[in-house]
Design a protein around this ligand. Structure first.
Ligand SMILES: NC(=O)c1ccc[n+]([C@@H]2O[C@H](COP(=O)([O-])OP(=O)(O)OC[C@H]3O[C@@H](n4cnc5c(N)ncnc54)[C@H](O)[C@@H]3O)[C@@H](O)[C@H]2O)c1
Length: 274
C-alpha cells in the first residue's frame, strides 16, 4: 500500500514501544488511527503525541479476549466507516524453562501472542476484503524462525504467527488483501520489563540490563522499517541487523546454530549458579 494518506489503520499494542512509534509515524503520514491496548494511560499518552489533524479512536482491548476483539472490529468500522490496514503488534514474553513454567504463564503468552493475532485477523478480514486495497501486518519475531532457551511459549507462539501469515498469503492470493510477516530482532522497548519471570526479581533485573545492552534497534527505526515493508507489500520483513544475521545463520547451519545457542545458554546458567 504505497500511499497511506487518508487510510484507516487499526493497531494493537499502541501504548508502548514499537506500537507507539508506529502510531506516531502513521499519523505523520496522514493515516486515521484506531488504537487498541490494555494500558489506558499509555494509550492516552500515545494519542497526545499524534499530529493534531489525525482522526483517532482509542479502544481498551485485551487481544486475548475473542469476543472483545470482534466488538473492537465493529467499533472501528462504526467510527471510521471502513478499515484499510490492520497491524497486530500487541505482545508479551516470559522467561522460564519449559520444565519450570506454569501452564498459567504459558497460556498468558500464547493467548496474547498467537490467539490475539488470530482473533484480530479473522475479525477484520471480512471488512478488509471489502476494500480495493488492504493489508494485514502481523508482528512475529526472530523467535518465529529461531527459538531461544527460556522463551518456550513465545517461540511456539511466534512460530505459529509466522505459519498463520504464510497460510494467509497462500489463501488470500486472489483477493485485495496483502499480508506482511514481520520478524524483528532485539528492539529497545519495555517488553522484557513487562515479562513474567519464573525465577523472580533478581533474574529479571539481570535480564533487563542484558536486553537493554544487546537490543540494537530503536523502536522508532523498527517502526520505519515495518511501515516501509507495508508500503512495498513485502510478504516478509526482517527488522534490524541482528535479524538479518540470525536469518542467515539459521539457513546456513540449521541445527549447528541452535546447538551453539543452547551451549552458550547452559554456560551462562552455570556461571550464574557460581
Ligand atoms: N522488543 C523486541 O525486542 C521485539 C523483538 C521481536 C518482536 N517483538 C514484538 O513486537 C511487538 C511489540 O512489542 P514491544 O517490543 O513494542 O513491547 P512493549 O512491551 O513496549 O509493547 C507491547 C504493547 O502490547 C500491549 N499489550 C500487552 N498485552 C496486551 C493484551 N492482552 N491486549 C492488548 N495489548 C496488550 C502492552 O500494553 C504494550 O503497550 C510484540 O508483538 C513483540 O513480541 C518485539
Amino acid at each position: 500500500m504505497k500511499n497511506l494518506s487518508g487510510k484507516v489503520v487499526a493497531l494493537t499494542g499502541a501504548a508502548s514501544g514499537i506500537g507507539r512509534c508506529l502510531a506516531i509515524q502513521l499519523s505523520g503520514l496522514g493515516c486515521h488511527l484506531a488504537l487498541a491496548d490494555v494500558d489506558e494511560k499509555g494509550l492516552q499518552e500515545t494519542i497526545t503525541m499524534l499530529a493534531s489533524t489525525t482522526k483517532v479512536s482509542s479502544h481498551i482491548v485485551d487481544v486475548a479476549d475473542k469476543d472483545r476483539v470482534y466488538v473492537w472490529a465493529d467499533e472501528v468500522v462504526a467510527e471510521h466507516g471502513h478499515v484499510d490496514v490492520v497491524i497486530n503488534n500487541a505482545g508479551v514474553v516470559s522467561s522460564a524453562r519449559l520444565d519450570e513454567i506454569s501452564y498459567e504463564d504459558f497460556d498468558w503468552v500464547f493467548n496474547i501472542v498467537f490467539y490475539g493475532v488470530l482473533y484480530s485477523t479473522k475479525a477484520f478480514l471480512p471488512y478488509l476484503k471489502q476494500r480495493q486495497e488492504a493489508n494485514i501486518v502481523n508482528i512475529s519475531s526472530v523467535n518465529g524462525f529461531f527459538p531461544f532457551p527460556k522463551n518456550g511459549p513465545y517461540n511456539a507462539a511466534k512460530h505459529a504467527v509466522k505459519a498463520l501469515n504464510q497460510t494467509l498469503i497462500q489463501e488470500l492470493r486472489h483477493t485485495s488483501v496483502r499480508v506482511t510477516s514481520v520478524h524483528p530482532g532485539g528492539i529497545k522497548t519495555n517488553i522484557v520489563r513487562n515479562a513474567r519471570f519464573a525465577q523472580g526479581e533478581d533474574d529479571k533485573r539481570v535480564l533487563v540490563k542484558e536486553f537493554d545492552k544487546i537490543a540494537g534497534t530503536s523502536p522508532e527505526k523498527a517502526a520505519r522499517i515495518i511501515i516501509g515493508g507495508l508500503q512495498k507489500n513485502r510478504k516478509r520483513q526482517l527488522v534490524g541487523k541482528d535479524a538479518v544475521v540470525f536469518d542467515l545463520l539459521v539457513r546456513l547451519f540449521p541445527q549447528g546454530f541452535s546447538d551453539l545457542v543452547g551451549k552458550i545458554f547452559e554456560l551462562k546458567e552455570k556461571e550464574k549458579e557460581k
